[in-house]
Structures are given as structure tokens and as C-alpha cells.
Design a protein around this ligand. Sequence first.
Ligand SMILES: [Zn+2]
Length: 124
Amino acid sequence: MSQDLVTFLNARLDEEADLARRCGGCGEWAAQGHTVDFCQGELAGFHPTVALHVALHDPARVLREIEAKRRVLARHEFSPAIGDPELPWDNRDDCQYDGEPGPCDDVLDLALPYADHPDYPRRP
Ligand SMILES: [Zn+2]
């Protein structure tokens, strides 16, 4: 499951980054009362709290968040038991960051928002 989960997570991050890139490139989104300024136009009729929430998901911010998640994921790369220079200490696939058997808690937490996705890897 470890590598399946990483592959799955990278696919979701790729999708979100692609979508954010297609929505961005013009500046910051901003909320003003019931209106969200998408910098290419405005859309009114939101509850002010919803407008703030939408503006918070500005594509530039989403892309920064995705890059941060990719760096966390890279730190938690799995060290396969086969070819692991640390053998014979632990004959298992484990996280290079925390030594936990994969997937470690941090990778599981990164994947949690996508748990309802139909391709989410399930434990056998
Ligand atoms: Zn880890």
C-alpha cells in the first residue's frame, strides 16, 4: 500500500496543481462582503463567510500549499527493504524520515483529505 498511496497522492496533487494553474495567473483573489474578486472578474451573491473561504483558495496559495505537501512527501520517501543499506537491521519498507513502516502517519495525514476518492488505496 505504501507506494500505491504515494502514487495516488502525487496524482491528486498533480490534478489540483493543474486546476489551480488554469484558474490563476492574474493576481490574488479577494473577498469584499458578498463578492469575490477573481481578478478576471467578480462574482457576487456569496455569504460573506463563503466569499472569504473562496478567496482563501486563491490559485497562487493553492500552488504554494501543494509545493509544501510535495516537500513533506519527499522527506517521507520510503526506503525499500530490498537494497536498503541499513539491512539487516530492519527487513521492511520504512519511512526514511521517521523510520516508521510505510505508510507513516504523516503520509497518511497528507492523503486523508482524499479518503473519499474512488481510487484511494485501501488496505487489503
Ligand atoms: Zn514518514
